[in-house]
Write a protein of this length. Structure first.
Length: 525
């Protein structure tokens, strides 16, 4: 047994852990250089000293506290590396819900993290517990001011002073996660992002109430009777992009209904989205609020947490409510994911249909199928609860959510999806195309059923981001990250509106909803 008494022992464990924390940080991707601002080092040292001091006070064992702190840091580094590989973005403080979400929704997270990394992190935790309980004992005079308690008080005081001094220094933060981590290091970047996250955004976006004079409230929309206001359906299709740009051997029929929709659309083209591979809510929020990510500051990484935390922001749903619409969100997944159950009422949705309404729905792969979501959308339109009141349905699909590598290629898939056999190692692409084909069928089904309605209706279709397929991109090259979109109206709506320029337009996610409404006469720039 190693005695844990004395004033010096906590300092020895803290300083040893500090050195190891720097070594652990050098194992992350991207690797931050050791040459960085003094303020960044002050924050790094301060965070570690306070963390170690608090853990030692709770556990009574300095070396156990060191091992526990390093195990936690190792977990963050491993999560960071997995995120950077899949999403091209390092771990930021606003990602802290990854850890609780991984427990609540393990299939969405742990396969991307990697089972061996998960086991390594678990082994680190077990090793920390082993060191604490079998190698080190709690000192008898644990709370002596001249022993461990005094050392911890000085340790936490020094750490706090360094944090205050480091936080007061102005650092050139561009809120580009990769650049900031490279400039400051992991712990300093996490700390500064945490501080900035305490301030709610000030942006209000295009749909704030004071914009209604230039929009539909005094424009064409207000002069239309309720039955002539078009029903609006917006579909944010999970991981939807035109994969045919990757490999010429993909059969063009995989997206034939997208091609037909864009040919008839009054606005269509490609769209820049603020997400790669995941972080759906970034694109989602941009579409619903018309706010560019850079206007959100550090909240651009997860804007829904700011809304749930009290930020009042105007949205497309609220704007349409002012025009007389009933607003409904459809998402076949637990409502608590990304705090949507709290956020969507605040964004102006009258109803939120989540996984509980899909208990008997068809699944394709592990998630509710796109066909089931189509059926729910049309059910809402046919069984409207408010008579002649127009309806806005915002649907977020789930079928094509990864991890793709957990599914298996069927023998007939290659023949059905490709004109030319793809190279080896492209199973993820084949599985993706299998789901993409179903998204394409959803487009065709919605287009046909909406066109059969006597009431005017319009469809806005877009993808939230490209899928996670690193092996495929290593073979064919990394795509641009652009996703397709199309804004289309049915025959009943087309007869009352002039078509706009059919040439493809490059848009951003924060401008798409306004372009959609403008083409329907519901918005004026």
């Amino acid at each position: 047994m190693v005695p844990s008494s004395g004033f010096l022992l906590p300092w020895c464990a803290a300083l040893a852990g500090l050195g190891l924390s720097i070594l652990l940080e050098q194992c992350m991707q991207p690797r931050p250089p050791l040459r960085r601002p003094v303020a960044a080092w002050a924050v790094h040292i301060g965070v570690w000293l306070v963390l170690h001091g608090v853990l030692t006070a709770l556990l009574g064992r300095p070396w156990f506290a060191m091992a526990a702190g390093l195990a936690a840091l190792l977990t963050v580094v491993l999560v960071n590396n997995a995120k950077f590989k899949a999403l091209h973005e390092p771990f930021v403080f606003q990602d802290y819900e990854y850890f609780t979400d991984a427990i609540r929704y393990p299939r969405l997270y742990i396969p991307f993290f990697g089972w061996w990394k998960f086991l390594l992190a678990t082994a680190g935790f077990v090793a920390a517990v082993g060191i604490g309980w079998w190698w080190e004992e709690v000192p008898a005079a644990r709370w002596s001011v001249t022993g461990q308690a005094g050392a911890l008080a000085w340790q936490c005081l020094l750490g706090s002073v360094l944090l205050v001094l480091g936080s007061r220094q102005r650092l050139n933060l561009g809120l580009d996660a990769q650049r900031d981590v490279l400039a400051l290091g992991l712990l300093a970047a996490l700390w500064r992002y945490a501080l900035m996250g305490r301030r709610l955004p000030q942006a209000q976006g295009a749909f704030a109430a004071d914009t209604q004079k230039k929009a539909g409230q005094q424009g064409a929309a207000s002069s239309l009777p309720p039955r002539r206001l078009p029903d609006l359906v917006a579909v944010q299709s999970e991981s939807f992009f035109d994969a045919r740009v990757l490999f010429a051997g993909i059969r063009p029929q995989v997206l034939e209904h997208l091609d037909a929709l864009q040919a008839e659309a009054f606005v269509h083209g490609s769209m820049e989205v603020p997400a790669w591979g995941a972080n759906t809510v970034r694109t989602e929020f941009a579409f619903l609020t018309g706010i560019e990510g850079t206007d959100l500051g550090v909240h651009q990484f997860n804007p829904y947490r700011a809304v749930a935390g009290g930020w009042q922001v105007a949205s497309l749903a609220q704007y349409l409510q002012r025009l007389g619409y009933r607003t409904v969100c459809v998402h076949p997944y637990p409502a608590g994911f990304y705090l949507r159950h709290k956020v969507y009422p605040l964004l102006g949705f009258d109803a939120f249909i989540d996984i509980r309404d899909f208990s008997d729905a068809e699944r394709y792969g592990p998630y509710v199928s796109d066909a089931a979501v189509t059926e729910k959308i049309m059910q809402l339109l046919h069984e409207r609860a408010d008579g002649d009141k127009p309806l806005f349905v915002f649907a977020i699909t789930m079928e094509n959510h990864g991890p793709l590598h957990l599914e298996r290629v069927a023998p007939e898939d290659v023949q059905q999806l490709y004109g030319t056999v793809p190279p080896a190692g492209c199973d993820d692409l084949t599985i993706y195309l299998r789901h993409l084909r179903n998204a394409n069928r959803m487009i065709g089904s919605l287009r046909m059923q909406l066109d059969a309605l006597e009431r005017p209706a319009s469809l806005c279709w877009y993808g939230d981001h490209v899928p996670i397929m690193p092996k495929v991109y290593a073979t064919f090259g990394q795509p641009s990250g652009l996703v397709p979109y199309a804004c289309w109206r049915n025959s009943a709506a087309r007869s009352n509106a002039a078509e706009r320029d059919l040439a493809p337009q490059l848009l951003t996610a924060d401008t798409l909803s306004r372009q959609w409404l403008a083409g329907l006469g519901l918005w004026r720039d």
